[in-house]
Design a protein around this ligand. Structure first.
Ligand SMILES: O=C(O)CCC(=O)C(=O)O
Ligand SMILES: [Fe+2]
Length: 409
């Protein structure tokens, strides 16, 4: 019998109702008391709730699931089981993932985008890999920190998969500084998918009005919104389930090395509504995520309020932070440039957000896709290269000024 062929290690997941899904009270009404799945609070009052239970199973050739150790129908010598599941030399040489043959397609995608490889999908059944810690000890801060959220077995593969399969852009745009127009070169690669609450994608990829279900009028958008490809939509749905939040936009940043960055900003545009929740994933190189409170204006009536101390989270591959409450309206965050050992490694950041109105859709496409060419990861070159047929792409970001998804320069 060839080793590792007869039994496959697979996961079985018992589901219980997840807040925010159809079988439960909507998160709008339950928001005040909802605790995301697997959240551990640092403040004693908040209780921890684990909403999902995972059970490891082995599947025998006839398809029978074998639950847990005791139920095992096979007897093996000590160590044999581990050897059994160890990849053979031939298997070990295989790439970390095999791209799925199924792909997401859309008229506004420059190329089809493969679905997640099945082993990655299976592993996403185990999220969050660690309970989230609530960081709310500082004034106006409300953040859940999952360290990590994505199981470590797939973080490297998922990073490579997304870097290789997504279309990226290096957006340039002009801003007015006084009477001068300045060109801004976004100091990182970006891409975006989704549409605001006023519209939704029909199964054929066309846009229909959310309320009437009828095709939208031609002039609703000057940009061309595109649906979130299946590979990112899987993660979006799972994130909604564990956080109780709803998301309709996915923004992706690729920091090629330590020179790529995002300057201090907050994601509190009006089109996100008050107290927006933003779920933010890290894959690849560890980078510092700096946070500082916005300046506090002295009040004429009350005593002076001390500014809370700045924070530094060293975000590792697979980590997720859920920023919520007043975090965006009162705090700023950034990923500064860095030198050193890790500085040559790339990092992917994925954020999920909920955009309420069409102005948000226009803004996100303008500043994360723009009007330049597509970049794709080139395995031979080991870097992003302008994708065939795109002559307007420009790899230079030297001396650029950071932008904030375009909203605060
Ligand atoms: O890369 C990160 O972790 C942060 C990205 C970010 O703040 C943004 O895209 O708004
Ligand atoms: Fe941000």
């Amino acid at each position: 019998m060839p080793r590792g062929r007869v039994f496959t290690n697979s996961v079985h997941r018992e589901r219980v109702p997840v807040p925010g899904s159809n079988n439960c009270v909507g998160h709008e009404t339950a928001a005040a008391v909802f605790v995301p799945a697997g959240v551990r609070s640092l403040t004693p009052k908040t209780s921890a709730v684990r909403l999902e239970r995972t059970v490891l199973t082995a599947v025998s050739p006839d398809g029978t699931r074998v639950f847990g150790k005791k139920a095992s129908p096979i007897k093996m010598k000590r160590g044999a089981l581990e050897a059994f599941f160890k990849p053979t030399a031939a298997q070990a040489k295989k790439p970390k993932y095999e791209a799925s043959l199924e792909k997401s397609t859309h008229a506004a995608y420059p190329h089809p985008i493969p679905h997640l490889p099945l082993p990655f999908k299976d592993q996403l059944g185990f999220v969050p890999a660690e309970d989230g810690k609530v960081l709310n000890q500082e004034l106006d801060l409300d953040l859940v920190y999952y360290q990590p959220y994505i199981p470590s077995a797939i973080t490297a593969g998922l990073f490579k998969f997304l870097r290789q399969e997504l279309p990226f852009y290096r957006v340039q745009y002009m801003i007015k500084r006084g009477t001068f127009e300045t060109q801004i070169n976004t100091p990182r690669y970006t891409t975006v998918f989704g549409v605001d609450e006023t519209s939704r994608f029909a199964p054929d990829g066309s846009l229909v009005d959310s309320k009437t279900g009828r095709p939208i009028e031609h002039r609703r958008y000057t940009c061309t919104p595109r649906p979130t490809p299946d590979c990112l939509d899987e993660l979006r749905k799972i994130t909604e389930g564990t956080t109780g939040e709803k998301f309709n936009f996915c923004l992706v940043n690729y920091y090629a090395d330590g020179q790529d960055s995002i300057s201090y900003h907050s994601d509190d545009e009006r089109f996100l509504g008050p107290n927006p929740a933003v779920a933010s994933f890290s894959l690849g190189a560890r980078r510092d995520f700096l946070m500082k409170h916005k300046p506090i204006a002295p009040s004429a009536s009350g005593p002076p309020v001390a500014e809370p101390k700045a924070l530094k989270l060293q975000l590792g591959s697979g980590d997720m932070i859920l920023m919520r409450g007043t975090t965006q309206s009162k705090w700023l965050h950034s990923i500064p440039k860095r030198a050193g050992v890790d500085a040559k490694m790339g990092r992917i950041n994925i954020t999920f957000r909920k955009v309420l109105v069409k102005g948000g859709t226009e803004n996100y496409y303008q500043y994360n896709v723009g009007s330049g060419g597509v970049f794709r990861w080139n395995v031979q070159a080991g870097k992003m290269v302008a994708w065939e047929g795109n002559s307007s792409a420009h790899p230079d970001d030297e001396g650029s000024v950071s932008n904030v998804n375009g909203n605060s320069g």
